[in-house]
Design a protein around this ligand. Structure first.
Ligand SMILES: [Zn+2]
Length: 67
């Protein structure tokens, strides 16, 4: 069985992060750091809803990180 990798939020330590959280962190931060949604929103100084919209956008573009 393949071992499932888990990710942890760099700011608050939430673990495991969801696929969406990992994907949007990678997309917006070039894989430099991974955050949960609230921490990413705070880090980027945007609303959580903006990130949710982004996630939907990436999914519509067929981004493989969100497959
Ligand atoms: Zn967090």
């Amino acid at each position: 069985m393949r071992k499932k990798k888990t990710y942890t939020c760099r700011a608050c330590g939430k673990s495991p992060l969801t696929k969406d959280e990992v994907g949007v962190s990678k997309k917006l931060l070039d894989g430099e750091a991974l955050f949960c949604l609230p921490c990413l929103a705070a880090y980027l100084e945007v609303a959580e809803q903006d990130l949710l919209d982004k996630i939907e956008e990436f999914k519509e573009q067929g981004c493989e990180l969100f497959a």
